[in-house]
Design a protein around this ligand. Structure first.
Ligand code: SF4
Length: 93
């Protein structure tokens, strides 16, 4: 999967949800690049913003998109900014 395909898949994931892809395209591009590098290295599309501990169990939790609605950045957004996943890839509508 290349960068544009991944962007499309994530765009589809946002449909009919209460979040969208971050409108900052450069930010999304950086995350896409990190995820694809992780896929090359580890065989999984892992979050580029969080550290893995090397166990398969933990890695699975870091597959993007993760369960980001449990993140403090989603639940308790900083004033002036809506909720978002830890990396700011998905942001509240
Ligand atoms: S924090 Fe965001 S970028 Fe990282 S895995 Fe979760 S959804 Fe993907």
């Amino acid at each position: 999967m290349d960068a544009e395909q991944l962007r499309k898949v994530w765009g589809k994931f946002c449909e009919n949800n209460d979040f969208v892809l971050n409108p900052d395209k450069a930010h999304v591009d950086t995350i896409i690049e990190g995820v694809l590098i992780n896929e090359k290295k580890f065989g999984l599309k892992l979050c580029p913003c969080r550290l893995r501990d090397g166990t398969r169990e933990k890695d699975i939790e870091l597959i993007c998109p993760c369960n980001f609605k449990t993140h403090s950045t989603w639940l308790k957004p900083v004033e002036g900014r809506g909720g978002m996943c830890w990396c700011g890839l998905f942001v509240r509508k």
